[in-house]
Design a protein around this ligand. Structure first.
Ligand code: NAP
Length: 300
């Protein structure tokens, strides 16, 4: 029966049909990006997934490097990308090289990739606590270097991505980088001195929001709503409030006042949040995370 067959990214039949029809038109309309990603753990995978979903970077244009055989096998199977254990000739001629390993592993990765970096590529570091000057010390070649702090929502192209670039970056190259990063979500430029704060707010942010969603859902469960339904309602409520703030440019305090009618139910709840210093707890949580991020700094 026709419907019995399950199609995946790597299915040869789907690949042929996709590449000869839709893929052709996509590459006519937009040049396909060639991307290398070193370290395909959680963040590296999110970048791969987001790029493929954008249709600007098909899996055959992505090359991944990871020392974990398990991760390489997983990435090949799920995304159909090329994977190697260490930098190879394939690193040459890519438009962007992402470094997405833990900060402690950055020095070895930088030393390994230097021989393969082409003048036309751009180096993008995702690593927390690794400064532009530290990266430049290892990369004497005249290639642009950009430091970013994204989050896991890049996986569904709803990431928040803050970037810092070297002062001397060519404005056209910077525009191209921003265009490419925009495939993964919302992009803002920040002064590098704020990167630790951004690491705490943006990088760690999904964990804090998940914590809030879980708390809202638990409240629903306590009052008798089934768990799955409570999680869906809590998550969609957070999504909707976020979209109102971003799309309609409503200040959070205004949105809060729009919901909290005088003498109504919402003010009762807000009072309990104030009594328990929830806002203050969040401010301290982000501050603590930012301090921790500053302790990750690699010394150049
Ligand atoms: N996760 C997040 O939400 C998030 C958000 C923003 C930024 N970041 C940044 O993204 C970077 C990666 O974080 P992550 O959470 O994705 O870490 P992760 O899940 O541990 O992924 C890192 C991957 O790189 C591999 N690796 C280690 N050394 C390598 C080498 N020399 N060459 C190639 N691959 C190597 C690791 O293999 P082994 O496991 O075998 O060591 C692992 O598979 C970090 O610098 C972090 O600061 C993460």
């Amino acid at each position: 029966m026709f419907n019995e067959r399950k199609f995946t990214h790597t299915d040869p039949f789907i690949k042929v049909v996709f590449n000869t029809t839709f893929g052709f038109w996509v590459s006519v309309m937009y040049k396909q990006l060639r991307v290398a990603i070193i370290g395909v753990g959680k963040m590296g995978e999110a970048i791969v997934a987001g790029l493929i979903a954008s249709n600007r970077c098909m899996s055959e244009y992505i090359v991944c490097y990871d020392i974990s055989a398990e991760r390489r096998e997983y990435m090949r199977k799920i995304y159909g990308v090329k994977c190697f254990d260490k930098p190879s000739e394939d690193l040459k001629n890519v438009d962007m090289v992402f470094i997405s390993v833990k900060p402690k592993d950055v020095p070895i990765v930088l030393s390994d990739i230097v021989p393969y970096l082409d003048r036309s590529s751009v180096l993008i570091s995702v690593a927390a606590g690794v400064s532009l000057s530290y990266l430049r010390k290892y990369i004497p070649k005249p290639i642009p270097i950009v430091r970013i702090m994204p989050n896991l929502a890049c996986m569904i192209r709803e990431g928040m991505i803050a970037y810092s670039a070297e002062y001397a970056i060519d404005p056209d190259i910077e525009r191209n980088i921003v265009d490419m990063l925009s495939l993964l979500g919302r992009v803002v430029k920040i002064d590098e001195q704020y990167m630790d704060v951004v690491t705490a707010l943006v990088g760690s942010g999904p964990a804090y929001v998940a914590f809030v969603i879980e708390a809202l859902a638990d409240a629903g469960v306590r009052l008798g709503i089934p768990k799955d339904l409570a999680i869906t309602m809590a998550a969609q409520t957070v999504l909707g409030a976020s979209k109102l703030i971003l799309d309609k440019r409503i200040h959070p305090a205004i949105l809060r006042d729009m919901v909290a009618t005088p003498g109504g139910t919402t003010v009762e709840g807000l009072l309990v949040l104030e009594e328990n210093a929830v806002k203050s707890a969040f401010i301290h949580a982000i501050s603590r995370a930012a301090t921790k991020a500053s302790e990750l700094h690699l010394q150049s």
